[in-house]
Design a protein around this ligand. Structure first.
Ligand code: NAP
Length: 258
């Protein structure tokens, strides 16, 4: 399917690895020029090279997207992008009694206030031009809380509420804002989560993974490529009537009728 976005420009944050990279790859396959960001410059440059090999222009800005200074540099490089994909690392697992105010502030900064700041900076120009696409990478934990990821549950639900209202305000200008909710996907984040289970339960990594896979109706982890394909579709000309939705990609793990 021709996604109809060849020649458009996108900003994808936290995009050197994992799901952010999956989105950048799928957008590059659709002919979208990219500005990508991550903290580690080496992996970011390697990803940029791989994306350029697909025939698109790629600009890199290394730095922590949750910091205002990095965001300013990223936004300067982005200019008037047509597409924004927001992403950042997820908060660490833990116990609800242990989280301090600072822990919550860090989680809110990364997974709520940073995507909101990026939307506030970039969506007005999209509405002026009459076309734009925003996809926020959130989590399955928005729909069904994961108790050890309470910081994520809290921060991402706040973002979801913001998007629910704002997406309805900008839709008349041809701008859509939607969220993608990953269940477990085969990335470094999954390795980190499995390492936590492996240590806590005294089992090896293969067992930790097999245990988790057994809880998923699809009986496997998702892939960044599958995730990216959905992201590119939501950014395509065909998805203009998809507004304020929360698209769950979890292999059926969240048991709900709708
Ligand atoms: P990942 O494989 O660990 O990749 C994270 C990417 O984001 C890397 O490129 C990393 O590069 C970059 N990054 C992290 N923090 C950043 C920051 N503050 N500023 C700029 N770049 C940053 O993670 P993932 O699995 O793709 O997960 C992406 C998001 O989806 C996370 O928020 C995660 O919690 C959420 N999620 C993932 C899963 C899953 O199963 N994978 C499930 C539910 C939710 P640097 O480290 O070099 O910055």
């Amino acid at each position: 399917m021709d996604l109809g976005i060849r020649g458009k420009r996108a900003l994808v944050t936290a995009a050197s690895k994992g799901l952010g990279r999956g989105c950048a790859e799928a957008l590059a396959d659709a002919g979208v020029d990219l500005v990508i960001n991550a903290r580690g410059a080496e992996a970011l440059e390697a990803t940029a090279e791989a994306l350029r090999a697909k025939g698109v222009q790629v600009t890199t800005v290394a730095g922590d997207i949750t910091e205002a200074g990095t965001r300013a540099k990223v936004l300067e490089a982005a200019g008037a992008v047509d597409i924004l994909v927001t992403n950042a690392g997820g908060p660490p697992p833990g116990t609800w009694t242990d989280w301090s105010r600072d822990d919550f502030i860090r989680a809110l900064d990364a997974n709520m206030l940073t995507p909101i700041a990026l939307m506030q900076a970039l969506v007005p120009a999209m509405t002026d031009r009459g076309w734009g696409r925003v996809v926020n990478i959130t989590s399955q934990s928005v729909k069904a809380p994961i108790p050890v990821l309470g910081l994520s549950n809290a921060a991402r639900t706040g973002l979801t509420g913001f998007v629910a209202g704002t997406s309805r305000q900008v839709a008349k200008h041809g701008v859509t804002i939607n969220n993608m909710l990953p269940g477990i996907h085969d990335t470094d984040r999954a390795i980190a989560l499995d390492t936590g289970v492996s240590k806590a339960e005294g089992i090896d990594m293969a067992r930790a993974r097999a245990q988790r896979e057994a809880t998923i109706p699809a009986q496997r982890y998702g892939t960044p490529a599958e995730f990216g394909a959905m992201c590119a579709f939501l950014c395509s000309v065909h998805a203009g009537f998809v507004v304020g939705q929360n698209i769950l990609l979890d292999g059926g793990a969240t048991v709900a009728t709708i």
